[in-house]
Design a protein around this ligand. Structure first.
Ligand SMILES: [Fe+2]
Length: 326
């Protein structure tokens, strides 16, 4: 059995993914991308940090842009249900001999950082400053009209190991890709919040952050963003799509920020809250897996990713080849 049985009663309750910190080398350029082009809302700004939220979000931030000498990814943030869950989470990671470091994080109450067994930096908290709703302030909608952060996707050097570990944390697999020759996992999509995923893993040199995705209202918002990017100096930052995924059935577009951090614009996947939801299996060689309409992803999509701060990378154990555009 490739996929572990869903762990319906995990040791602590993760509500959803929450935020990510990205190290960026030119804050003004990043602001032009995330604020002026994508339409994320600035919730605080200093000389070296910009905090952003999307239109439906009440929490203070879903992306933190931090001026840095290195274009690297920082912690992947997750919200837990209560302070009691936060203490249980810290206990869980300590018991696994993983590092637990309590941090001062602006706009967040008690927060700790740890790492998964491959070195992905993770951050857990239960309370973040809450802001007034803006989802009906339509004068504020710009760019692709981003509504909320949807998921992370990480390159993993061993997807079987990643799935086993996150299964212990209560992440349930919704879809997965198997390499038919070895019977091993090549990719998996796992969720807490009831969509197709909060975090996915793709076979490759890692750990590295493959992308962070934002949910938008309709596919037409993605077409509008493409027109905007194509005529405002961002055409080279369009990497893949638009298209319809086989996996997740979502409409998608992949773009690169000024430092090469990959962002996915994503909409219309499906509900997965049933505890007995059967994971959907895909064959790595199925041409409709990546894109339902058959177009393969470019080589860069399988090779390029953001390094995580302080994480050593390793080649993937599985060497199976996906379908790559010529
Ligand atoms: Fe994605």
């Amino acid at each position: 059995m490739l996929i572990p049985k869903p762990n319906l009663y995990p040791p602590f309750n993760i509500v959803r993914l929450s935020h990510v910190e990205l190290g960026v080398t030119d804050l003004a350029k990043s602001r032009a991308f995330y604020v002026d082009t994508l339409g994320l809302q600035v919730t605080d700004e200093t000389s070296d940090t910009i905090y952003l939220r999307a239109m439906e979000e009440r929490g203070h931030h879903c992306i933190v842009l931090k001026k840095s000498g290195k274009a690297e990814a920082g912690d992947l943030g997750f919200k837990v249900f209560s302070d009691e869950d936060l203490d249980k989470a810290a206990h869980f990671f300590k018991a696994k001999d993983l590092p637990v470091e309590w941090l001062e994080r602006a706009y967040q109450a008690r927060t700790f950082r740890t790492r998964d067994p491959h070195g992905v930096p993770l951050e857990f908290y239960s309370k973040m400053d809450r802001l007034a709703p803006i989802h009906q302030q339509y004068a504020l909608y710009r760019g692709v009209k981003p509504l909320r952060i949807d998921h992370f996707n990480c390159f993993s050097p061993n997807v079987d190991e990643s799935v086993a570990f996150y299964n212990e944390l209560g992440f349930r697999v919704t879809e997965y890709t198997e390499d038919e020759e070895t019977g091993r996992l090549w990719a998996a999509w796992t969720h807490r919040k009831g969509g197709v995923h909060d975090i996915a893993f793709t076979n490759g040199r890692g750990p590295r952050l493959h992308h962070t995705a934002f949910w938008v209202p309709t596919p037409l918002n993605i077409i509008d963003l493409l027109d905007l990017m194509a005529t405002t100096g961002w055409v080279a930052n369009i990497e893949r799509g638009p298209g319809r995924h086989g996996v997740s059935n979502a409409f998608f577009l992949y773009i690169l920020d000024p430092d090469g951090h990959r962002i996915e614009i994503y909409c219309s996947d499906y509900q997965t809250v049933d505890p007995d939801l059967e994971p959907i299996k895909w064959d790595l060689k199925d041409p409709q897996r990546q894109t339902l309409w058959g177009a393969p992803a470019p080589k860069s999509w399988f090779e390029h990713g953001s390094l995580f701060a302080g994480a050593a990378v390793a080649d993937s154990v599985l060497k199976a080849q996906p379908i790559i555009a010529p």
